[in-house]
Design a protein around this ligand. Structure first.
Ligand SMILES: Nc1nc2c(c(=O)[nH]1)N[C@H]1C(S)=C(S)[C@@H](COP(=O)(O)OP(=O)(O)OC[C@H]3O[C@@H](n4cnc5c(=O)[nH]c(N)nc54)[C@H](O)[C@@H]3O)O[C@H]1N2
Ligand SMILES: Nc1nc2c(c(=O)[nH]1)N[C@H]1C(S)=C(S)[C@@H](COP(=O)(O)OP(=O)(O)OC[C@H]3O[C@@H](n4cnc5c(=O)[nH]c(N)nc54)[C@H](O)[C@@H]3O)O[C@H]1N2
Ligand SMILES: [Mo]
Length: 775
């Protein structure tokens, strides 16, 4: 099946009409030598190679993973699987897994036992804490561990050590999703749900190449498009993606001009009175300011800034303005830019002015990217407080301190939680003396890599890296901890539409590898972390015990898990909030027009979208005393690094269907690696012609930071824009790897002021055909 799906990534169509249930289609892939009858056990799990949360069972023979089968009954995928899920399970058994801890001795990483490695980690932590205080220690985690692992790590870092430096790679990924939801609704939490696709009449995708990045969700959209009364699709993306090719209207704006475009769309919707005055009056604050801010953004003005046709903007606005059931999704084309939160919030505003929330077919999906990014945010492993509690609300801090049974002063901090780019700055200056990295590969995924490599290799920084494979980052570590991966450990995770799945251990981990949870708990024990009564702070013995503690911690908060148990998850996936009152979970938030925005409940008092300056409690109460949704306007600001005569191209970066991130699994999967073995650069035919570049030529791409080389692909991308996938690090896993091929050699160290998400889609570049072309 996998071979066939490499040629037809979205599989066969199962058309359906509005309001009908998406038909089932069960996808299965087994090793060549195995038939379904040979499978000894099917172990329930879900995908960890995107945020869709596709449910499937792992096929096991003799303690080996031999394949996967989609779960027909699950609400998310109804049996379907993405091509990466059909193939990449093979990588788990790759020969070069990390199987033993390592420590650096005389400059070399040497194998050792767990006691030696963990004693060294504990001693380094203690020494630096004692000498310099807890803020000498930083933690940088992932959107790919399990909920239980994040909650344990947050407990260790916040309640145990009391450091303010805890962030996830979700900073690079969904920080803006969280921030935009907080700005509009007072709190993180996805309003919409995937079943909204089933009844929508307009689906708008903003900077989201869903066809390649959540291919099963795209199959759902394709099946609607193939059925009766298909929805209209609006695509906003400078590239000619598969989504763009199915769109009724495709706007391909100049990169980083999203706010100008959205202001014009909002203006048109308001001027033509496609708004819902009753909803606005009952459920929102801020409409007058929004109307004033967008007033100057006529379609003609936006057309000039965004480089799209004014009539196309009008057509897009008419689609949005006259939709009866509107679904919008937002992702990295909006989030990885200088006005990320500002742009994402304007999409929320479209739904608020039209009153399109909380009903079937009416939903916003501020998407997540990574499989467990939602849990990183909920559990506070991204710097937020667990349970979407408010840092600026002393009652919330006290409540959390009671739950953990620690002194609230250990949790309180004057400064906002440190984001990873700020941690890098602190490490650069020598103030951050230890960094513990889990399940992320910053030596490929952070911007301006030459600087990142220098910082991570610095003698003053003690670097601990916990991974399942050797990577560009483990290479720089002082201690390497070999982790058990997906399929080798048990835990829960929550997808982009609040659906919780349980993933159970199917096979033992290789060699001495241990689960991330085991590692965190063991180090906490070695550090002797205790609560107020002298009892061990992390006394948990199993993932299920941690999950129960999390259920208590989340109770009464918007992301309430209190009625979810492992046993219930064994029977079905469940959407939070799930409580005694709503034992089967809640499909859509905010259907009753009430939000988690009450001043005593809200997760944040908001920020200035242009400066990131936080608003105080008093101002928040003045603006939004009744906890309504907030229409937060944003004036357009030109890109930080706009094209110039020296660097005339806008450089954007992103993904391909066949690889996941820094490819640690997908490059070790022969089919996927063969489908996209090396880096390339996309440019349009006119730009290629002007630079005498033919398809397949080696091209040098240069920004103010550095240069890389990549082979040319001529595509329908907007003229003046080049695209480079960021998957390829300088390590050669199964390719003809050259040193300088990582997109992030080129990107810049700047973040969105509100969400602190780096600008991976906003750099100025020049290109030239390499004088030497290998034959
Ligand atoms: N195959 C695959 N799937 C994945 C992943 C993966 O690595 N591989 N990773 C997962 C993760 S963690 C994430 S975060 C998601 C990301 O999923 P997406 O956000 O869909 O992926 P990207 O390719 O990063 O960016 C999406 C689109 O943004 C467009 N874009 C760039 N600049 C602009 C701009 O200024 N304006 C607009 N409107 N659009 C712009 C790009 O052309 C690109 O097509 O994918 C998830 N799924
Ligand atoms: N230029 C550019 N850069 C980008 C982006 C972009 O669009 N353009 N996108 C950004 C985004 S959205 C994201 S999410 C990041 C992703 O960036 P990274 O998080 O750095 O990418 P991954 O390759 O997913 O790294 C995850 C690591 O965890 C390991 N791992 C997998 N499972 C486990 C486990 O169970 N335990 C442990 N301990 N380790 C495990 C993997 O082997 C891998 O090394 O990249 C960001 N960087
Ligand atoms: Mo991401």
């Amino acid at each position: 099946m996998a071979d066939d799906r490499l040629r037809h990534p979205w599989g066969a169509r199962t058309p359906y009409g509005p309001g009908e249930q998406w038909p089932e289609r069960v996808d299965i892939a087994l090793a060549d030598s195995v038939s379904e009858a040979d499978v000894q056990r099917w172990v329930p799990s879900a995908s960890v190679l995107h945020s869709n949360g596709d449910a499937f069972d792992i096929a096991v023979v003799d303690d080996r993973i031999v394949g996967v089968r989609g779960r027909a009954g699950d609400r998310i995928n109804r049996g379907r699987l993405d091509i990466k899920d059909l193939c990449a399970w093979q990588a788990v058994a790759a020969r070069d897994r990390l199987t033993t801890p390592m420590i650096r001795v005389d400059g070399e990483l040497r194998a050792c036992d767990w006691d030696t490695a963990l004693d060294r980690v504990a001693a380094a932590t203690r020494d630096r804490c004692d000498a310099h205080g807890p803020d000498a220690i930083g933690f940088y985690t992932s959107g790919q561990l399990f909920l239980e692992e994040y909650f344990a790590l947050t407990t260790l870092a916040r309640a145990g050590l009391g450091t303010n430096h805890l962030d996830g790679n979700t900073r690079l990924c969904t920080a803006t999703a969280g921030e935009s939801l907080k700005q509009s609704f007072g709190c993180d939490g996805q309003p919409g749900t995937y079943t909204d696709i089933d009844s929508a009449d307009v689906i708008a995708l903003y900077g989201h190449n869903v066809a390649e990045t959540q291919s099963v969700l795209w199959s759902r959209i394709l099946d609607r498009l193939a059925g009766p009364q298909p929805p209209a699709v609006l695509c906003v993306d400078p590239r000619d993606t598969p989504v763009a090719r199915h769109a009724s209207v495709h706007l391909a704006p100049v990169p980083s001009t999203n706010v100008a475009l959205l202001d014009a769309l909002l203006r048109e919707i308001i001027v033509r009175e496609w708004i819902d005055p009753t909803y606005l009056a009952d459920c929102t604050v801020g409409f007058d300011r929004l109307r004033e801010t967008v007033a100057e953004w006529t379609p003609e003005r936006a057309a000039e800034v965004c480089g799209v046709d004014a009539d196309e903007i009008r057509r897009a606005a008419a689609l949005l303005g006259t939709a009866r059931r509107l679904v919008s999704t937002v992702l990295q084309g909006f989030y990885q830019a200088h006005q990320a939160t500002a742009a994402a919030v304007q999409v929320n505003n479209i739904h608020l002015v039209r009153g399109m929330l909380g009903r079937p077919g009416c939903g916003v999906l501020q998407m997540n990217g990574q499989p467990t990014a939602q849990n990183t945010r909920e559990c506070g492993a991204n710097g937020d407080l667990p349970g979407f509690r408010n840092w600026a609300n002393p009652d919330h801090i006290d409540e959390l301190a009671r739950l953990w049974n620690v002194d609230p002063r250990r949790l309180a901090h004057d400064a906002p939680p440190t984001d990873i780019m700020q941690m890098m700055r602190l490490a650069e200056s020598g103030d951050l003396r230890m960094l513990w990295v889990s399940a992320t590969n910053p030596a490929v995924s952070l911007p301006e890599l030459a600087r990142i490599r220098r910082i991570l290799a610095q003698d003053s920084l003690f670097l601990v890296v916990q991974d399942i494979f050797p990577t560009e980052t483990t290479e720089l570590a002082d201690v390497v901890l070999p982790a058990a991966g997906w399929g080798e450990k048990t835990g829960t995770f929550t997808n982009a539409d609040r659906t919780v799945h349980l993933s159970e251990q199917a096979v033992p981990p290789p060699g001495d590898a241990r689960s991330d949870l085991w590692i965190f708990l063991d180090v906490a024990r070695r550090l002797g972390l205790r609560d107020r009564d002298g009892a061990p702070l992390l006394a948990w013995q199993s993932p299920e015990q941690v999950f129960r503690a999390w259920c208590r911690c989340s109770a009464g908060r918007p992301c309430d898990y209190s009625a979810i148990t492992y046993d219930r998850l064994r029977a079905t996936s469940i959407q939070w909030p799930c409580t005694a009152e709503h034992p089967d979970g809640v499909e859509r938030l905010y259907g009753d027009g009430r939000f988690f925005a009450d001043p005593d409940t809200c997760e944040t008092y908001g920020k200035n979208l242009l400066t990131g300056e936080p608003r105080g409690a008093i101002d928040y109460r003045a603006v939004n005393p009744d906890g309504k949704a907030m229409l937060e306007p944003a004036p357009y600001v030109p890109p930080t690094e706009a094209p110039s005569p020296e660097y005339p191209f806008a450089l954007i970066t992103g993904r391909t269907l066949y690889h996941f991130h820094t490819r640690t699994k997908t490059a070790r999967t022969p089919e996927l690696n063969a489908a996209a073995p090396d880096v390339w650069v996309e440019l349009c035919a006119a730009d290629a012609c002007r630079h005498r570049i033919a398809a397949g030529d080696l091209v040098e791409i240069t920004t103010a930071r550095s240069s890389i080389t990549a082979r040319a692909r001529i595509t329908g991308i907007r003229p003046g824009v080049v695209f480079v996938p960021f998957h390829y690090g300088y390590w050669d896993i199964g390719g003809d790897g050259r040193m300088r091929r990582a997109a992030n050699e080129l990107t810049l160290t700047v973040t969105d002021p509100a969400s602190k998400q780096p600008l991976f889609k906003s750099a100025a570049a020049r290109i030239r055909r390499c004088p030497q072309q290998p034959s």
